[in-house]
Design a binder for this molecule. Structure first.
Ligand code: NOJ
Length: 576
């Protein structure tokens, strides 16, 4: 009897060993290894504009706490919060003066602790913005650094002593003169700022600085946050031999600024010291300028980050429109570049963009709702982790301010000054920013049709879009067919169907200029997604017979009756 038991145990052990060998020999693509952050649906909250609790006109943490049930009701499971640290707000919190404290406008650390607790109680995870390509010029490090050439903090930033002459030109994205070197008379030297003058670049080549950052990350990870979004991190490492760049390089500056020096080494160090020690997700803003760059950031074997987001898709929309063929080709190329290794982020809007429906859909009265729903269907049925910006679930639109005084964004305002100084046409500039300024996406969240859209009882820091009387969450809650309720449905569809997360993506009807059609397929389950990106009926061509397919979701009342899609029609089918 005992012998028989031994034999059984022995054969089970052998079986387990053999099967584990077979499994490890199998080439299971990285991309199908299940992870919570791959299955996440990230909802981005722009704290300044979400909900003001204390009536000072600026959104705050207590405001967000008061709306956690709303966020939960969307079905999303991760919240990415733009920076909430102490900041003089030259760039709305992207200029941090103290990484371990909460900006006064937003509340206190006790509010933060409550917010995190409230999220976790509801099964929501929290991803924080980590802004460490630069700090504020009001950060203690920079104050010390600029005070003397011999300060121990001098090397926390990049300085060029003026007796060497002018430093080689570097382009600044936010500077009035586009000049990234600012002269500081205190020590007769220039400091580097890729963004505004109040955002000096940190010196990642300095190991002490890197340790400071890891310690900040541990501080927040120990509080229990669930991830980091690394702001502008592709620019963090610099070639400190400061070579001259060719004239006009700024048109392609990512090629010169992105992924320089030992950036990957720093990320591996960060991973070893911090990321690998916590169950946190990590996402980089920017992915360099080639697929290789992007891969090197996110291949699991390299131990750097989980995912990155690239700008090809989000940069496509222009006032004159965009090519749907190009959009299809961009998303298809990115998908195939990551079908074996690494992981993608899927998005078409965030706080650095104007509104999703105004740029990629159609914000006219006739098509706003249906085109917003079509875009949601697209973003929620692609492979990769979708990021969805607050307000887009209501189909909020561009405010399109026509006076520069109504704008608040440092980039928009400084560029206006520059256009003026070079004698360019200001009306043309105002028209352009009406379509593309980041402030279009930063107007207050439209909660209801009461004063200031229910955002604040005070004076909002930026004007509310006047269309809040009709476009608001309260009205949409009551309407089963609203944009908001459709968002909930499409989010649920994704959550209920892992095929939409991990399934293979195949583009159909590639050359169709209006229809974006594709299938997603996993373990014998196959879905067909049909999207008309145009305001006209559009025919699509595939061999797939949809007569026997089950319609899972559509932004029109019925499914397709013919091979023509209605304007901005979106349909998701389960194929037999
Ligand atoms: C990218 C952020 O998303 C943007 O809002 C900010 O202005 C720049 N980085 C500088 O931090």
């Amino acid at each position: 009897m005992r012998k028989a038991v031994y034999q059984i145990i022995l054969s089970i052990t052998v079986l387990m060993l053999v099967s584990s060998m077979v499994y490890s020999q199998n080439t299971v693509p990285d991309t199908s290894v299940h992870k919570w952050w791959k299955e996440a649906i990230v909802y981005q909250v722009y704290p300044r504009s979400f909900k003001d609790n204390d009536g000072d006109g600026v959104g705050d943490l207590k405001g967000i706490i008061s709306q956690l049930d709303y966020i939960k009701s969307l079905g999303v499971n991760v919240v990415w919060l733009n920076p909430i640290y102490n900041s003089p707000n030259d760039d709305n919190g992207y200029d941090v003066s103290d990484y371990r404290n909460i900006m006064k406008d937003f509340g206190t650390m006790a509010d933060f602790d409550l917010l995190l607790k409230g999220m976790h109680e509801r099964g929501l995870k929290l991803v924080m913005d980590l802004v460490v390509n630069h700090s504020s010029d009001e950060h203690e490090w920079f104050k010390q650094s600029r005070s003397s050439r011999t300060s121990p903090y001098r090397n926390y930033y990049h300085w060029w002593n003026a007796e060497r002459g002018k430093p080689p030109y570097r382009y600044s994205l936010f500077d009035v003169n586009h000049d990234a070197w600012r002269y500081d008379s205190l020590t007769n030297a220039y400091y580097l700022h890729f963004f505004s003058q109040k955002q000096p670049d940190l010196n990642w080549e300095n190991p002490k600085l890197r340790q400071e950052v890891y310690s900040i990350m541990k501080f927040w990870a120990n509080k229990g946050i669930d991830g980091f979004r690394l702001d502008a991190f592709q620019f963090a490492a610099k070639d400190t031999t400061w070579p001259a760049f060719p004239k006009g390089f700024e048109k392609n500056f990512i090629q010169y600024y992105g992924m320089q020096g030992n950036l990957h080494g720093y990320l591996q160090e960060m991973n070893k010291e911090v990321l690998s020690k916590y169950d946190v997700m990590s996402v980089a803003e920017g992915a360099g300028s080639t697929f290789e760059d992007a891969h090197n950031l996110v291949d699991a074997d390299r131990h750097e980050l989980n995912m990155a987001y690239a700008f090809d898709g989000v940069d496509l929309a222009k006032p004159e429109g965009y090519s749907v063929l190009r959009l299809k080709s961009i998303f298809t190329k990115w998908d195939s570049a990551f079908d074996e290794k690494g992981w993608l982020s899927i998005f078409l809007a965030n706080h650095d963009q104007a509104r999703l429906v105004s740029r990629y859909g159609n914000d006219s009265r006739q098509f706003r709702d249906v085109s917003a729903k079509m875009l949601m269907t697209f973003l929620m049925t692609m492979r990769g982790t979708p990021y969805y910006y607050n307000g887009d679930e209501l189909g909020m639109t561009n405010a399109g301010f026509t006076k520069i005084e109504d704008y608040r964004d440092v980039q928009t305002i400084n560029e206006y000054k520059r256009q003026k100084s070079i004698g360019a046409s200001l009306p043309a500039y105002i028209k352009r920013i009406g379509f593309e300024s980041r402030d279009n996406g930063r107007t207050p969240f439209q909660w209801n049709n009461q004063a200031n859209a229910g955002f604040t009882s005070g004076t909002p820091w930026i004007k509310v879009n006047p269309n809040y009387k009709t476009i608001n969450a309260a009205a949409q809650e009551k309407d089963l067919n609203s944009t908001l309720n459709y968002f909930r449905k499409v989010v649920k569809l994704r959550k209920d169907n892992l095929v939409l997360v991990y399934g293979k993506y195949t583009l159909l009807d590639k050359n169709n200029p209006n229809v974006y059609a594709y299938t997603r397929e996993l373990d014998g389950k196959k879905m067909l997604i049909l999207l008309n990106f145009s305001g006209k009926p559009a025919v699509f061509n595939t061999d797939i017979n949809i007569r026997n397919a089950t319609l899972l979701l559509s932004n029109y009342k019925k499914g397709l009756e013919s091979r023509a899609l209605l304007p901005y029609e979106a349909a998701v089918y389960l194929l037999k």
